[in-house]
Write a protein that binds this ligand. Sequence first.
Ligand code: NI
Length: 176
Amino acid sequence: MPLPHLSKHMALLKILHYPDPRLHIVAKPVDKVDDHIRKLAADMAETMYAAPGIGLAATQVDHHIQLLLVDVSENKDQLMTFINPQIVEADGETVYEEGCLSVPGIFEEVTRAERIKVRALNLSGESFELEADGLLAICIQHEIDHLKGKVFVEYLSRLKQDRIKQKLAKRAREAM
Ligand code: NI
């Protein structure tokens, strides 16, 4: 017996891979949080959990609007959605070995603010503020960068970026 009501709500989105130029498009603010945005957010959540990942920005699924999701919890039950996010306070410094669903298999150290305060809209269109530190703060900063068209490897030296591009191109050829 098929399960007709389960599968039709699932929609896994294709994740763009670095150095796809679409990853550098700057996302536009969301005017209105409506069902279209909520459907995209739901599909992004499915895509993020399936990958699996702890964060996903709309940019990575080729939707260039200011929408991102994170869930850094162990049990994958603390999904947070940020629409039109803005970092309104940042302090301290932390170094973490980051990865990215758009740069598969590459992990490199990036320095970011240790603590942030972020202001955003939720899926009901209500404004909220969140203070974050640790992995959550790092993840939010990484995803906000995506909305600005920035991929984490761009914090690395030019030489390292070229090596990563070569590595990914080689892997793509081998996968064909
Ligand atoms: Ni990423």
